[in-house]
Design a protein around this ligand. Structure first.
Ligand code: 3UK
Length: 549
């Protein structure tokens, strides 16, 4: 299949065939033509049709005016961005374009503009600082950036440290809109850019892992990967259709957000609400205002939102998706009681692009993630790489139409072994119903006095106590036991973190799960360290526990 990439930097730095996982294309929607451009598949093929006139992206402009673009309007905006990139900045197919901004319709237009121009999108989280941005620019060898005007300072600072980055256009009251308005009429009409005829297996994006430890890894995904992901989980688990209107918190730079809030709603012919601010106190009002039907956010955000639903009309909301971290059974119950909706949990990863184990509402069960999504296979492997019988804890392995391809990184051999993608998670298969049950990140398993203890199970128990708002459980080095279980607890307002409360919580855990798992150490905090994607930063808690001798 002829690649359209003129700049071959990414293609030339992909892992060799032996280092790749085994890709499996079995099932409906998983056969692809040789040439494929996701901007055409998701957007441009609708131009001038009834679908082209349907609502596509909604949001609010920086000055507060509501935005509601149709498919054709988003395609027009993207075409103008593509014009600026190609005719203004000299972008060639295969070049990387760094994209920086909070979620907004304009961010989506930029995303599609880069893709139409044959570029490779390098999404970055809004909170990243100059140092981290410079690392990304360097790794992905980025020359061109599109940035929200309000976030440009850190990127300009990064330019000083990363000399490959030379061209910057700012949007949302910046110079990009002006350049778009001037987009030259020739050789194409300004809003009719012909997307570059990329190969289905040309790279389309580089997603940097949130990197809780060490250098972030750069996961590459192809045009085909996005369409393949759209043919699996959204079709079989979510069952998305044209009435689907997505909303939620994950940034488009995080593949959880890119899939859930952009690629999947458009692949279903539905619409999406892209909010700059989607915190738990802002989301319920936004769901009501935009009549969203499906919400994507993290377990912690569902827990924080549950008591804030009163007074909001959530009658449009039909589905809620949780990912990023394990969903504790207590949070599932709390949300069902508050909203009437059974959460769809799903484990995905940056490397796999999106969710590969999940359960529909009618299969959902507290404490379990679900079944392999149709299109994917999953197994729990022992240390010898062989599948373990149900009930035994081992390493989660998956394969399907998407998989891990790090850009120039020896850690490829850690994620991909024997053709499987190893996510770094410890799982077991429930012998009773065959569901995959999350235990912990493999390197977070706590081994105490010869017992294996999974922190998230202790967290799930603590969260059942009415005084607990949030908690994190890690191992603390201990001379006698190797490690002991240490819990960091945030209490709900009105509760006091004293010795009596600590004893009460320890007792509560002993009553709820096997007593040897109770936290011998219990520390009260006013908040817990989290990443921008909502994940608990366990390594920080571990450091803190280790220091609190
Ligand atoms: C953990 C979960 C238990 C797990 C992601 C959906 O989180 C995403 O990608 P990341 O690369 O992290 C991957 C790791 O996060 N995890 C994610 N979801 C769950 N653990 N239950 C879950 N439901 O350790 C996994 O290996 O940041 C999630 C879609 C796209 C994504 N990128």
């Amino acid at each position: 299949m002829p690649s359209a990439h003129v700049d071959r930097f990414v293609i030339d730095h992909l892992p060799g065939p032996d280092a790749l996982p085994r890709f499996v294309f079995e099932g409906p929607g998983l056969q692809f033509p040789p040439q494929l451009n996701v901007a055409r598949s998701l957007l441009l093929r609708h131009r001038g049709t009834a679908q082209g006139a349907r609502p596509c992206v909604l949001g609010t402009a920086p000055d507060g005016t509501p935005i509601a673009w149709t498919y054709d309007e988003l395609a027009g905006g993207a075409a103008r961005v593509a014009h600026v990139l190609v005719h203004g900045l000299g972008l060639v197919p295969g070049e990387r374009v760094l994209l920086r901004g909070a979620n907004s319709p304009m961010l989506a237009a930029c995303w599609f503009g880069i893709v139409m121009a044959g570029g490779i999108v390098v999404g970055t989280m809004p909170l990243l600082r100059a140092r981290e941005l410079a690392g990304i620019v360097d790794k992905a060898r980025v020359r061109v950036a599109l940035c929200d005007a309000r976030l440009q300072d850190e990127l300009r600072a990064a330019m000083a440290q990363a000399p490959t980055l030379q061209a910057l256009r700012c949007f949302n009251t910046g110079d990009l809109e002006a350049a778009m308005a001037d987009a030259p009429d020739a050789p194409d009409a300004p809003d009719a850019f012909e997307p570059v005829d990329t190969a289905a297996d040309d790279p389309v994006l580089i997603a940097f892992t949130s990197g809780t430890t060490g250098q972030p890894k750069a996961a590459v995904h192809l045009h085909r990967d996005l369409m393949a992901a759209a043919a699996c989980w959204p079709v079989h688990v979510l069952r998305a259709g044209p009435d689907h209107r997505a909303i939620g918190s994950p940034p488009l730079a995080f593949t959880f957000g890119l899939g859930g809030l952009l690629v999947f709603p458009l692949a279903a012919g539905g619409s999406t609400v892209l909010l700059e601010k989607a915190t738990p106190d802002a989301l319920p009002a936004a769901i009501a205002a935009h009549r969203a039907t499906v919400c994507y956010t993290s377990p912690t955000a569902y827990r924080a939102m549950a008591p804030q639903l009163a007074g909001h009309d959530l009658s449009s909301l039909r589905q809620c998706v949780s990912a990023g971290e394990a969903l504790p059974a207590a949070t599932r119950t709390l949300w069902r009681q508050a909203s009437g909706i059974e959460i769809i949990d799903g484990i995905g990863s940056t490397e796999m692009f999106h969710i590969f184990i999940s359960a529909r509402e009618d299969q959902a069960r507290g404490g379990a993630t679900g079944y392999a999504v149709p299109g994917y296979e999953a197994a729990v492997l022992g240390d010898d790489g062989q599948p373990l019988p149900p009930g035994q804890v081992g390493r989660l392995a998956v394969r399907g139409p998407t998989g891990c391809r790090y850009l120039d990184d020896a850690r490829q051999a850690g994620y991909v072994q024997h053709g499987w993608n190893l996510t770094g998670d410890a799982y077991l298969v429930d012998p009773a119903d065959g569901q995959f049950v999350y235990q912990a990140r493999t390197d977070d398993m706590i081994i105490s006095g010869g017992y294996n203890i999974a922190g998230p199970e202790v967290e799930a128990a603590l969260l059942l106590h009415p005084a607990v708002a949030e908690c994190g459980v890690v191992g603390k080095p201990d001379e006698a036991r190797g490690m002991v279980v240490a819990a960091f607890v945030v209490l709900k307002p009105g509760h006091v973190g004293d010795a009596a409360m600590a004893a009460a919580l320890q007792d509560f855990v002993k009553q709820t799960i096997a007593p040897y798992k109770y936290p011998r150490e219990l520390l009260f905090r006013s908040s817990l360290p989290r990443t921008e994607t909502g994940k608990l930063q366990r390594f920080r808690l571990k450091q803190e526990a280790a220091g609190s001798a």
